[in-house]
Structures are given as structure tokens and as C-alpha cells.
Design a protein around this ligand. Structure first.
Ligand SMILES: [Zn+2]
Length: 105
């Protein structure tokens, strides 16, 4: 999968303010992800809010887990290069749905 644009996992969760002591990541974030509703069941506002939170925080769970969640929130597949520019990713997620990023539909 190559190198994760956000680098190594943080030593503390920015959301829950607990130390991250293992490669599993923040236990609260993991619990949240395990129970998180599918993107299709969330309002657009809720999806964007959660997306913004993940993008603003340092990596608190294994990258693959978060990557999947972000795709769920954005509602489409994303590329790693998009993660290098979180502002643009958010902007696209917010903007009108255009054909070029909805090729799964
Ligand atoms: Zn956390």
C-alpha cells in the first residue's frame, strides 16, 4: 500500500486524549469504528463533521482502518494522494456530486 501520507501513528489520540500504547491504536477510536453507522445511513452534515475530525487529527488507529472509514464517509474510493491534501478532499466531499468521483454509481 506504500507509505501512509500521515506517517506514523500518534503517541496520543487527539480526539480522546489517551496515550496510544500499541499498534492497535486508540481503543476508543477502534470501538467507535467498530460500531460506526454506514455512511449511507448518516446525514451529509454528520458525515462531513466526522470526516473533518479524522482529517484534522493525527493517526490514532491503523491506517488501513481509517482509510476504509474515510472512503465510507466520502462515499467513494479515494486515492492516497487525496489524503495528502485533506483540505481538497473535504472540499470535494462537500461540493456537488460530480460524475468524475462517482464512477461506482
Ligand atoms: Zn481515540
Amino acid at each position: 500500500m506504500g507509505s501512509w501520507p500521515w506517517g506514523r501513528m500518534a503517541d496520543e489520540c487527539d480526539v480522546h486524549l489517551v496515550p496510544i500504547v500499541s499498534a492497535e491504536g486508540c481503543v476508543y477510536c477502534r470501538r467507535f469504528l467498530a460500531d460506526a453507522p454506514p455512511g449511507s445511513a448518516m446525514t451529509e452534515g454528520a458525515r462531513l463533521e466526522e470526516l473533518e475530525q479524522w482529517l484534522a487529527a493525527r493517526l490514532s488507529v491503523p491506517a488501513e482502518l481509517l482509510y476504509r472509514r474515510i472512503e465510507e464517509l466520502v462515499g467513494r474510493r479515494i486515492s492516497l494522494s487525496e489524503l495528502e491534501d485533506p483540505d481538497l478532499l473535504l472540499q470535494r466531499a462537500r461540493g456537488p456530486r460530480r460524475a468524475w468521483d462517482w464512477d461506482d454509481w
